[in-house]
Ligand binder design. Structure first.
Ligand code: URA
Length: 434
């Protein structure tokens, strides 16, 4: 096979065969095909697109480029959950113990944050003592014993995606539905769960800005997941405004705990029971998603979800006392309040700007190697349609780095849009795609 011909074929709008796709994925992973040829091919794919069969073949080739996790020894239907990334999105930390408390085994690998979006692994590491690297036997044993484990993604899961994603990032070829689908689904399918619940975000703080784009992405991922033999359901949800009030690492864990105590912000509480409901349904514990949602609410109300969270922290070496004593988290050296210079209702909060502010305050990385300040972040006192008096605090920024905190303060002041009247709120859940 000849790489030049494969590039020309896609450039001219033809369909690539599974063999041709396997050839370039394998060749690139083994460093036999250079970056410049894959860059050209990615741009041709970006412009000409890929059909369903090509996307499925690309997903399978990337999935088979590394290790796959075998969870078959763990009884029950294992359910994974993935969000395409949002600001203040701490739902995994909430829905995993809820689903586990309802009898759905959770054996999950999660990622770190990069750029302006956070990652579950960083957030969990803000719990004193919490370990996100476990030996495979320990991971499996924990799921068998207490029904839940969440660890960092092992290095050799879909290595082809790692290389291709890094190249897409610097060749303006990230925002293509087939490339995003194959990238996400190759990792999900390699992680071994039997069913997958996807939270596909749309809006200013997401890859897909419009509901239409997000629905197409969700539809494609659901098709590919089901075609690969895993039951897959997606919720398309709003990401114009940050989720909840907390953005950062330890501050998001605290908000997740509050939600598990039944005292979380409305948006994050609602989204969590819907996603947990879908997981409970996919896990075969409920006959419908609605029944699953009811079970999720009951697990919160009865305290079972919170107790499961405590067991999960203890099993992974963390201090469960943080659930009742938030002073046990590392405390930031600097705290700065942000006030407004006029009265009115909050009309919108630019989610991406809040994500960037959290990153600047020290809560996120610009390069993979950066260390982050787990105490850094933002708390939004005021959200959409809440009234603010002139001079009142709308948000607080915290962290250890004076310069970073100052930059964040400036951005947050500009991220708030005010109005004299309340605005029409967009629904949080746009649609569910099966
Ligand atoms: N997340 C991924 O893992 N891959 C993409 O292509 C986009 C988001």
């Amino acid at each position: 096979m000849n790489m030049n011909e494969i590039i020309a074929k896609k450039r001219d709008g033809d369909i690539l065969s599974p063999e041709e796709i396997e050839y370039f994925v394998k060749g690139y992973t083994n460093e036999e095909i250079p970056d410049y040829q894959i860059s050209a091919l990615l741009m041709a794919i970006f412009i000409q697109g890929m059909n369903h069969d090509e996307t499925l073949a690309l997903t399978k080739s990337m999935l088979n480029s590394g290790d796959t996790v075998d969870l078959s020894e763990i009884p029950g239907i294992k359910v994974d959950k993935h969000s395409t990334g949002g600001i203040g999105d701490k739902t995994t930390i909430i829905v995993a113990p809820i689903a586990a408390a309802c009898g759905v085994p959770i054996a999950k690998m999660s990622g770190r944050g990069l750029g302006f979006t956070g990652g579950t692994v960083d957030k969990l590491e803000s719990i004193p003592g919490f370990q996100t690297i476990l030996k495979s036997e320990q991971f499996m044993e924990q799921v068998r014993k207490i029904g839940i484990s969440v660890i960092g993604q092992s290095a050799n899961i879909a290595p082809a995606d790692k290389k291709i994603y890094a190249l897409r990032d610097v060749t303006a070829t990230v925002e293509n539905l087939s490339l995003i689908t194959s990238s996400i689904m190759s990792k999900k399918l390699a992680s071994g769960s039997d069913a997958i619940v996807l939270d596909v975000k749309c809006g200013r703080g997401a890859f897909a800005e419009t509901e239409e784009q997000a629905s197409m992405l969700a539809g494609m991922m659901v098709e590919i997941g089901n075609a690969a033999g895993k039951r897959t359901i997606a919720a398309v949800t709003d990401m114009n405004n940050p989720l909840g009030r907390a953005v950062g690492n330890s501050v998001e864990i605290i908000e997740a705990i509050e939600t598990l105590k039944g005292q979380g912000p409305e948006d994050i509480s609602e989204l969590s029971v819907i996603l947990a409901g879908l997981m409970i349904f996919c896990g075969g514990v409920a006959a419908t998603a609605e029944e699953g949602k009811g079970l999720a609410k009951e697990a919160i109300k009865s305290g079972r979800a919170l107790r499961k969270f405590g067991e999960f922290i203890t099993a992974q070496g963390g201090n469960p006392e943080i659930i009742y004593d938030y002073s046990l988290f590392k405390q930031p050296k600097i705290k700065r309040l942000i006030t407004t210079d006029r009265s009115g209702y909050v009309a919108s909060i630019d989610a991406k700007a809040i994500g960037i502010s959290s990153q600047l305050a020290g809560g996120g990385r610009t390069k993979k190697e950066d260390t982050i300040d787990l105490s850094a972040g933002i708390y939004l006192f005021k959200k959409i349609n809440e009234y603010v008096e002139k001079g009142e605090a709308i948000a607080e920024v915290f962290g250890d780095n004076e310069q970073g905190v100052q930059s964040a303060v400036k951005i947050i002041s500009e991220a708030y849009e005010m109005s004299f009247e309340k605005v029409q709120e967009k629904p949080l859940i746009k649609k569910i795609i099966e």
